[in-house]
Write a protein that binds this ligand. Sequence first.
Ligand code: F6R
Length: 367
Amino acid sequence: EKAGYPHFMLKEIFEQPKALADCLRGRINPKKGTVQLGGVADVMDQIVKANRIVIAACGTSWHSALVGEYLFEYLAKAPVEVEYASEFRYRDPLIGEGDVLLVISQSGETADTLAALREARERGALVLGICNVVGSTISRETDAGVFTHAGPEIGVASTKAFTAQVVVLTMMALELAMRKGTITKEKAKKYIKELDQIPGKVEQILKECDETTREMARLFTYAPNFLYLGRSYNFPVALEGALKLKEISYIHAEGYPAAEMKHGPIALIDEMMPVVVIAATDHTNDKMISNIEEVKARKGRIISIMNKENSDVEELSEFSISIPSTYDCFSPLLTVIPLQLLSYYIAVNRGCNVDQPRNLAKSVTVE
Ligand code: F6R
């Protein structure tokens, strides 16, 4: 059932073009420029009128929630807060009627996420879900929701579920934006057309970067630490890249918003430290270049994920992987792909049990 791949994780990474196409199917119409999410159609008016939207999740799903925050705010001008489900539930949270709690969970069984949902529902909030597993507890207990349709995810490290969650959040943000009139019809149509191209661009990245990520993995297999830096939409991708590496290769890694580096982590940088810079957000590019220079001045080793056009970043990097151009707000769907592969190949080189890393379970049903 691994379809010829040595691990489920690799199979699932390579399945992303299909998973994302399945997630989009029947929900966007690029010709007409429309989005229709059947699962939330009945509550869309409530979402439009919501005082605020809180998104709660754990782990990788929490990272997709962070991307969602940027998308909802940028496209739909909707106030969003992102919470760790575990923190939210134990805090006597300020949530009630007129608010929306959106929970995100691949498995639909994560105990803390489920408890957050129950807490918010009891307080009168509208509770929505984004789940991958149909029939899961969370998907049954929400008022409405959208399935990611990414197909079964077996590898413990979440890959295709993450990108599918981000696709759902993008569609939600676009639908909300159109209803609220925060983007024009023409602009929406352009976004939807581009969203339709994303599975193909993911496919292209998988083809183009497989060899480079292997080569990078060979060089950095025994690095004791990694730092991941991103800005804006790609800050959550920095967190996700670091989490992927930690969980399957057992290398200590941290993700940071690039500007925070000088408030502490810069002290760690020396010639042993690979720094992965996700420099594919155009509007913050100049700032990223100064961050790269700061790392290089301390002999850190730069691996960059960048836009094709960006020769500045390429010149400053020991390794760089370029991704096809897209709207900044869609770039996490592309930039995360090489990071998944990098952590996979490093873990394989280290002889780790990629699909079932030590101490981890696919769904965390204990609190
Ligand atoms: C990371 C990973 C975990 C899960 C987290 C939430 O690769 O798999 O961090 O993302 O346990 O799980 P779900 O999404 O099932 O609620």
